[in-house]
Design a protein around this ligand. Structure first.
Ligand code: PBG
Length: 326
């Protein structure tokens, strides 16, 4: 009872604030997405993601070394596939010498201790820009899942530590887990994008990979932003099917979902702070309307506080730099 309890006493100075802080943030909590392109000496800035680049394999070394030196221990690989290699079935996704497979080997060569996760979904490979095989304007579930399972095995063969299915087809986790087991990849993990919403925040990412859907939208497979209970159902099913880590995506608008899932499950929960979230802060900071670093750190801490064990974020390097200097 006031004045016996004066809450401000615990906020008097840095020492006491540091002592009673409830949430921690360290570089090991961060996962850095990387966009990879064919070619040599390519480092292209993504127009809608200022300060974020696509790299060719020969320029990855500097980036991987600097991430590792900053304490970041995991990267999430995405590839931009040339148009002439795209088709409806994602044939190129299974090429043992494809860009993703070479990217995994390249990163592992540069830094074997870096945990390498690969994106598993058809959209970068699809002539329709969809995450599944298309027939008569519909996205087919089961034939897509078969390809995804083979993709997971192909990434595991290349040396991926974990595969990260971002497609939202039904049953893909079980199919991938079974295929990996069958091929002897018992230690290859699965980080499932289990509660992935049909969000308008993915726009800049689709620019980065040139992977926007050619027709329609992704609402028949990604979740309705209005739904909460469904997120729990999706997540629990993925865990039952064999997911090692589950994910909520996007981040900031969905922190209520993050907390509910964190309370409901016993596996680590990852949160993807997506491209649109990155773009919004960059734009506001460019205009001088927001303090970039302060808002970035506040947002990241909020994701941790909501229950995000791991955060995939385009700010990973910037955050780690600040953590290193404080
Ligand atoms: C597609 C995929 C998307 C993202 C990751 N994997 C976009 C989409 O579903 O259309 C978005 C990531 C971001 O916006 O940062 N499988």
């Amino acid at each position: 009872m006031y004045p016996l309890r004066r809450n401000r006493r615990l906020r008097t100075n840095t020492a006491i604030r540091d002592m009673v802080r409830e949430t921690s943030l360290h570089p090991e909590h961060l996962m850095a997405p990387l966009f990879i392109v064919e070619g040599k000496q390519v480092k292209e800035e993504i127009a809608s993601m200022p300060g974020y680049y696509r790299y060719s394999l020969d320029l990855l070394e500097g980036e991987i070394r600097s991430l590792y030196q900053l304490g970041i221990r995991s990267v999430l690989l995405f590839v931009k596939v040339p148009d002439n290699l795209k088709d409806n079935k994602g044939t190129e996704a299974l090429n043992p010498d494809g860009l993703m497979q070479r990217a995994v080997k390249t990163v592992k060569n540069i830094q074997p201790e870096m945990h390498v996760l690969t994106d598993v979904a058809l959209d970068p490979y699809s002539s329709y820009g969809h995450d599944g095989i298309v027939e008569n304007g519909l996205i087919l579930n089961d034939p897509t899942v078969e390809v995804l399972a083979q993709m997971a095995v192909s990434h595991a063969k290349a040396g991926a530590d974990m595969v990260a299915p971002s497609d939202m087809m039904d049953g893909r986790i079980l199919a991938m887990r079974s295929a990996l087991e069958q091929e002897g990849f018992t230690d290859t993990g699965i980080m499932s994008y289990s509660a992935k919403y049909a969000s308008a925040f993915y726009g800049p990412f689709r620019d980065a990979l040139d992977s926007a859907p050619g027709f329609g939208d992704k609402k028949t497979y990604q979740m309705d932003p209005a739904n909460r209970i469904e997120a729990i159902k999706e997540t629990i099913m993925d865990i039952e099917e064999g997911a090692d880590i589950v994910m909520v995506k996007p981040g900031l608008c969905y922190l209520d979902i993050v907390r509910e899932i964190k309370d409901a499950v016993d596996v680590p929960v990852a949160v993807y702070q997506v491209s649109g979230e990155y773009a919004m802060l960059k734009a506001a900071a460019e205009k001088g309307w927001l303090d970039h670093d302060a808002v970035m750190m506040e947002q990241t801490m909020a994701i941790r506080r909501a229950g995000g064990d791991i955060i995939a974020t385009y700010f990973a390097k910037d955050i780690a730099k600040i953590l290193q200097n404080t």
